[in-house]
Design a protein around this ligand. Structure first.
Ligand code: PMP
Length: 331
C-alpha cells in the first residue's frame, strides 16, 4: 500500500463491508460504507473538506482565515480537523443543550465554542443564524453553511458515490440513508443515478422529521420524535433540492437501536443511532426489492461518541428505550 501525501488525504476512501445480520434479515446483500473510519470518525469529514476547499477556490478563505459554522457535532469536528491541517481558525456555534462530550471534543480539537440558548429555526437566535452573523462580523471569516452550501453534496457525488460504484463493481440495486443536511443522500443519489438510472434511492426518516411525509405525500409534516443525533430534517435544504428519491421509509428509534445492538453484539461494530436507522432502512428496502439484490447504506459515525447516551443504561432507561443486555445492572 502506498503512503498518502498528507493528512487531508486520509478523508474518504472508506471500506465497504457486507453486513451479515442485516443481509440475512432482508434476504439479500446489505453493505455498509464505513464512514466512522474517517479521521474525525464520521461522514461529515467529507463535507467539511469540500466546503473548505470550495471557499479557498472561490477566494473567500485566505491563509490564516477563519471558518464559522453552526453545528452540534460531527461537522464541527470535521471542520476543526481540516482547519488545523490547513492553518485556519474555527468558530463553532452550538446550542447549550448539546452533550458535554461534544463540547469537550470540539474544545479538545482547538475549536472556539460559542454557546447559544436552544431556539427554533424561525428565531434569529437559532445557532445557524447566529453562526452566519458571527461570520459576517469577523474579519477574514467564511460561513460554512452546510445545509444550503452544495459543496457539501459535491463531496458525495465525486467521493462517496464514485467509491461505492467501484467497490460494488457497478452492481448495485439500491442505496438508502437518513438526512441531516441531505448532502449524503442527495449527493450519493445523484452520483449513482448518473452511473445507472435504475438504482433505487431511498430515504430512511426518523420520527420527528418532516421528509417522509414530503416525499410520500408532498407535505412537510413531522410526527413523533427521535433521540438520534445529526439526522431529522424539517425543511428542503439547498442540498436536498433535486434529490432523486424513489421511495421512503419511516424508522423508529427502537428499530434503529435494535440494529445498533445487533451490529455490536454479533458483528463487532460500535456505531451511532443514525447508522442503526440507516441499516433498518436498508433491510426495509432489501425486502421491497427482493432476493438477490445488492443494497448499500452509510455507517455514519462511531458509537464511541455516544458512551454517555446510547451506551449508558441510565440514559436509555430515562428515555424509555431498551437497555442493551450487557449494560443491565449498571442502571
Ligand atoms: N448521521 C450523523 C451522526 C450525522 O452527524 C449526520 C450529519 N448531520 C448525518 C448522519 C447526516 O448526514 P447529512 O448531513 O449528509 O445528511
Amino acid at each position: 500500500m502506498d503512503s498518502l501525501k498528507d493528512t487531508i488525504a486520509l478523508i474518504g476512501n472508506t471500506p465497504l463491508v457486507r453486513l451479515k445480520g442485516p443481509s440475512e434479515a432482508a434476504g439479500c446483500d446489505i453493505f455498509g460504507k464505513c464512514e466512522f473510519a474517517n479521521p474525525g470518525a464520521s461522514v461529515k469529514d467529507r463535507a467539511a473538506l469540500y466546503i473548505v476547499e470550495d471557499a479557498e477556490e472561490r477566494g473567500l478563505l485566505k491563509p490564516g482565515g477563519t471558518i464559522v459554522e453552526g453545528t452540534a457535532g460531527n461537522t464541527g469536528i470535521g471542520l476543526a480537523l481540516v482547519a488545523n491541517a490547513k492553518g485556519y481558525r474555527t468558530i463553532i456555534v452550538m446550542p447549550e443543550t448539546q452533550s458535554r462530550e461534544k463540547m469537550d471534543t470540539l474544545r479538545a480539537l482547538g475549536a472556539e465554542l460559542v454557546l447559544v440558548p436552544a431556539a427554533p429555526y424561525s428565531s434569529p437566535c437559532h445557532f445557524v443564524h447566529t453562526s452566519r452573523r458571527i461570520a459576517e462580523e469577523t474579519e477574514g471569516a467564511v460561513w460554512a453553511n452546510q445545509f444550503d452550501n452544495i459543496a457539501n453534496r459535491r463531496a458525495h457525488i465525486h467521493g462517496t458515490a464514485e467509491e461505492i460504484w467501484a467497490q460494488m463493481d457497478g452492481r448495485i440495486d439500491g442505496f438508502v440513508c437518513a438526512v441531516g443536511t441531505g448532502g449524503t443522500l442527495a449527493g450519493v443519489g445523484l452520483g449513482l443515478k448518473e452511473k445507472d438510472e435504475g438504482v433505487t434511492i431511498a430515504l430512511a426518516d426518523p420520527h420527528g422529521a418532516a421528509l417522509y411525509n414530503y416525499y410520500a405525500h408532498g407535505e412537510l409534516k413531522a410526527e413523533g420524535n427521535s433521540v438520534a443525533e445529526g439526522i431529522g430534517q424539517g425543511r428542503i435544504t439547498g442540498n436536498l433540492e433535486g434529490a432523486p428519491i424513489d421511495t421512503q421509509f419511516r424508522i423508529s428509534d427502537e428499530e434503529g437501536l435494535e440494529w445498533v445492538r445487533r451490529l455490536l453484539a454479533e458483528e463487532g461494530l460500535c456505531l451511532g443511532l443514525s447508522s442503526g436507522i440507516n441499516v433498518a432502512g436498508a433491510v426495509a428496502l432489501g425486502r421491497q426489492l427482493g432476493p438477490g439484490k445488492r443494497i448499500v447504506t452509510i455507517l455514519c459515525d462511531t458509537g464511541f461518541r455516544y458512551l454517555s447516551s446510547l451506551y449508558n443504561a441510565d440514559w436509555l432507561a430515562a428515555k424509555g428505550l431498551p437497555v442493551f443486555p450487557w449494560l443491565e445492572g449498571d442502571a
